[in-house]
Design a protein around this ligand. Structure first.
Ligand SMILES: Nc1ncnc2c1ncn2[C@@H]1O[C@H](COP(=O)(O)OP(=O)(O)OP(=O)(O)O)[C@@H](O)[C@H]1O
Ligand SMILES: [Mg+2]
Length: 339
C-alpha cells in the first residue's frame, strides 16, 4: 500500500526532514505542559546537585515526541546522546559494549525498549541500579562473571507499548512521562513553528486547518504541512491560505476530521455492506482490500478514538456518529446492537 499521509509511523526518508523540525530545548516542546513541567524539574534538580538525572521512561503512540524529548534531555544537560534500540540489542554483549563505552553523565537513548532480548534486559537492570555490568566469560561450569563498573549515566527509554514492559524494568525508571495526543491548539503552534523553519508563509487559519486534520499527532501535522507546501508551490506560486490548504488536503484524501481513504472505506464498508455490523475483522479487511494488520493497527485505533467504531466480541460495529460523518442515515437505534 502507498504510505498514507496520516499514518503515524515515520517513513524512512522522513527521518532527515524530521530532524530539522525537532525543537532542541524544553521551552520549545509544545503541548504537553505536565510532562514539560515535571521533566524540567527533574533536570533542574539534577543540575543543582551536579549529578545525572534519574532514568526516564517515555511512553506513547508513534509521532508524539519521544525521540524529540530524548534529544532535548541531552541538550538541556549539555551532554552527548547515545542512541540504540531494543531490536538492535539482541545479545547482552551488545549492551555491555555500549554501556562500558559511555562517558560520565551521558544520556543513553534506548528506543523500542520493549523489544529488547531477555538477557540484555537483565543486564540493564543492574546497570540502571548499580552502574555495573557483569560480563560472563567462558561457557558451562567454568564460566565466570566479571563485574565492570560503568560511569553514571541517564537511561532514556522509549516505548509505544508500556504495557509490554516487565514490571521490574518499569520500576527502575525514576520518572515516567506518558505522552498523550495533542489538542488542535498545540498542533497549530507546532505547525506554525515548523512553517517558520521551512520558510513557508503560513497564516494562523491555515495552520489550524492542518492541525485539526492531524489526528492529535505532531508528526502528521508536520507531514501535512509539507504536502500543503508542495501543493501551494506547484499550483499557487507558494501562496498559502485556508482555501488552498483544504484543497491540498482534499487532494491527499485527508478529510476535515483527519480520516483518510482507508478509514472511510472501513466505515463505508461496515455501514453499506454489513448493515452497520457487527462484522469480523478479517471479513472487513477483505472487503476493503487490505491486510488485517493494516486495518487493525492503522485505521481502527483512530476510528475507535473518534467514537466511530466499536470493537465488540462479535465484530466491528459502526456507531451513529460514523453513519452521520459519512452522510448516511443510521438504522433505528435498537438495530445497531440487536439481532
Ligand atoms: N511537542 C512537540 N513540539 C514540536 N514538535 C514536535 C513535538 N512532538 C513531536 N514533534 C515533532 O514531530 C515529529 C515526530 O516526533 P518524534 O520523532 O519525537 O516522535 P516519536 O514519539 O519518537 O515517534 P516514534 O514512536 O515513531 O519513534 C518530529 O519532527 C518532531 O519535531
Ligand atoms: Mg522515535
Amino acid at each position: 500500500m502507498e504510505h498514507s499521509p496520516v499514518d503515524p509511523h515515520a517513513e524512512p526518508e522522513e527521518r532527515a526532514v524530521e530532524a530539522a523540525l525537532r525543537p532542541s530545548r524544553l521551552a520549545d516542546f509544545e503541548g504537553q505542559p505536565r510532562v514539560s513541567d515535571q521533566l524540567g524539574l527533574v533536570l533542574e534538580a539534577a543540575r543543582h546537585r551536579g549529578s545525572t538525572p534519574d532514568h526516564v521512561l517515555l511512553s506513547g503512540p508513534p509521532g508524539l515526541g519521544k525521540t524529540t524529548l530524548a534529544m532535548i534531555i541531552a541538550a538541556e544537560m549539555g551532554t552527548q546522546l547515545r542512541i540504540s534500540s531494543g531490536p538492535a540489542i539482541q545479545h547482552a554483549g551488545d549492551l555491555a559494549a555500549i554501556l562500558s563505552g559511555l562517558t560520565e553523565g551521558e544520556v543513553f537513548f534506548l528506543d523500542e525498549i520493549h523489544r529488547m532480548s531477555r538477557p540484555a534486559e537483565e543486564m540493564l537492570y543492574l546497570a540502571m541500579e548499580d552502574f555495573r555490568v557483569d560480563v560472563v566469560v567462558g561457557k558451562g561450569p567454568g564460566a565466570t562473571a566479571i563485574p565492570i563498573d560503568i560511569p553514571p549515566f541517564t537511561l532514556v527509554g522509549a516505548t509505544t507499548r508500556s504495557g509490554m514492559l516487565p514490571g521490574p524494568l518499569r520500576d527502575r525508571f525514576g520518572f515516567t512521562a506518558n505522552l498523550d495526543f495533542y489538542d488542535a491548539n498545540a498542533l497549530q503552534h507546532i505547525v506554525m513553528r515548523s512553517a517558520d523553519v521551512l520558510g513557508v508563509a503560513l497564516d494562523a487559519a491555515s495552520g489550524m486547518e492542518i492541525a485539526s486534520r492531524s489526528r492529535g499527532t505532531p508528526r502528521i501535522a508536520n507531514r501535512l504541512l509539507r504536502r500543503v507546501r508542495d501543493y501551494a508551490e506547484v499550483k499557487h506560486a507558494g501562496r498559502v491560505d485556508p482555501r488552498i490548504t483544504s484543497e491540498a488536503l482534499e487532494l491527499y484524501e485527508v478529510d476535515p476530521l483527519g480520516l483518510d481513504r482507508l478509514d472511510r472505506a472501513v466505515l463505508e464498508s461496515i455501514c453499506t455492506k454489513f448493515g452497520g455490523g457487527p462484522v469480523g475483522l478479517s471479513t472487513l479487511a477483505i472487503s476493503v482490500g487490505e491486510e488485517t494488520e493494516t486495518v487493525e493497527e492503522v485505521a481502527e485505533p483512530f476510528l475507535v478514538r473518534l467514537g466511530f467504531l466499536m470493537r465488540t466480541p462479535r465484530g466491528r460495529v459502526a456507531t451513529v456518529r460514523a453513519w452521520q460523518h459519512l452522510g448516511l442515515t443510521p438504522p433505528a437505534q435498537q438495530d445497531l446492537f440487536g439481532a
